[in-house]
Design a protein around this ligand. Structure first.
Ligand SMILES: *Cc1c(COP(=O)(O)O)cnc(C)c1O
Length: 364
């Protein structure tokens, strides 16, 4: 099989040096392995700009959704009520999770290309004093919209609410001062902007908030408190841990730091994204999200004309070295191009040349 570049929002293209770390089989109770886990946990707190006195990092087996579910079932009890703010399918997935767990919540929903309205949210919080938690997706990977974290932070602080942020596709690629923002539970996973491989997710949690969650979880394997309690002792995971993915992740975090940290990675993603938007526009593709709300992670494009067939386009581009992503909107024909991972401007240039070639073929 030819190796192609994944222009998808995770799993994504990782470096060879990250992949090489998976060639060794590791023992879960071995001291070296437990130390790797502890090292990762410390590094994650540094990346989030928080201190070990206030915050703690917990790793959780499974894909990102498992970690979201783990936070929802652990951070809330049956008396709590969440205000879940959504403008995409990942937000809607949190609503679904809340339904499964049987949590109380209010769903505040806006259009996929719109921002939640601060005044409407204020009015909801003024009128319903039973709300205890605010929940929002930071970068909605459904469309690539970059949601206003500062606004949620302001509301959370003003009204004294616990803030849960799904920063799955943004943490590591967009700088966040988690402590300053007052985020209580920030969720992300190994195979997004940190550029590791799939296998686990992680939570940056306000320590006192997490410690108050004992006994909340309605799931044994997803009990974040219990996971923390075991892991915090000496780096031992509860149950089998994804050893290869953890080793790869440890290397990926080191490489992120060598790159210059999140600030530099953000700049690279931003350059990729701006070049992509510009070139695609020249080729006749309109982006769904306006530039001022566009994240540097993934971009949604509308089909350029009525005869455009995504499957045909997809295979043409794949044969020439790039894998794209289908759209996720029901009312519009779209597709998506991610620009995170081991991806550079030269890749975007090459991709756009391939797309130009394809568009030429179709027009003739
Ligand atoms: C990737 C992603 C998730 C988790 O998806 P999984 O397929 O479970 O890894 C959740 N939220 C957002 C915003 C994401 O981008």
């Amino acid at each position: 099989m030819e190796q192609y570049k994944l222009l998808t929002p995770g799993p994504l293209t990782t470096t060879d040096t990250v992949k090489e770390k998976m060639l060794l089989d590791r023992c879960t109770w071995d001291q070296d392995y437990k130390e790797t886990t502890q090292k990762i946990r410390t590094q994650l707190l540094q990346l989030a700009k928080v201190s070990e006195d206030d915050y703690t990092a917990v790793l959780m087996q499974g894909s990102g959704t498992f970690t979201v579910e783990s936070v929802m079932t652990t951070a809330m009890n049956k008396k709590d009520k969440a205000l879940i703010i959504t403008n995409g399918t990942y937000g809607e997935r949190i609503v679904k999770i809340a339904d499964y767990i049987g949590l109380h919540y209010k769903h505040y929903q806006v259009a996929y290309n719109a921002y939640p309205d601060e005044w409407e949210l204020k009015s909801i919080l003024e009128n319903d004093r039973t709300i205890t938690h605010l929940v929002m997706v930071h970068c909605e990977t459904t469309t690539g919209i970059w949601n206003p974290l500062e606004m949620i932070s302001r509301l959370g602080k003003a009204y004294g609410k616990t803030i849960i942020v799904d920063a799955m596709s943004s943490f590591g690629g967009i700088e966040m001062d988690v402590g300053e923002l007052g985020i209580d539970f920030l969720i992300s996973s190994a195979n997004k902007c940190i550029q590791g491989v799939p296998g686990f997710g992680f939570v940056i949690a306000k320590q006192d908030k997490l410690l108050a969650c004992e006994g909340n979880a309605g799931s044994l394997s997803l009990d974040l408190y219990d996971q923390w309690k075991v892991m915090h002792k000496d780096g031992k995971w509860r149950y089998t841990s994804p050893t290869h993915a953890v080793a790869a992740f440890s290397k990926a975090v080191d490489e992120l730091i060598v790159e210059g940290g999140i600030q530099e990675r953000f700049q690279r993603y931003q350059r990729n994204n701006q070049l992509l938007r510009k070139k695609m526009e020249q080729l006749g593709f309109q982006a769904y999200i306006p530039e001022e709300r566009q994240s540097p992670i993934i971009t949604t494009f509308l089909f350029p004309n009525d005869i455009f067939v995504f499957e045909d386009f997809y295979y043409y581009v794949k044969e020439r070295g790039f894998v794209l992503y289908p759209g996720k909107l029901t009312e519009l024909n779209t597709f998506r191009i991610g620009n995170i991972g081991e991806v550079y401007e030269t890749d975007i240039e090459r991709l756009c040349n391939v797309i130009q070639e394809y568009m030429g073929v179709v027009v003739k």
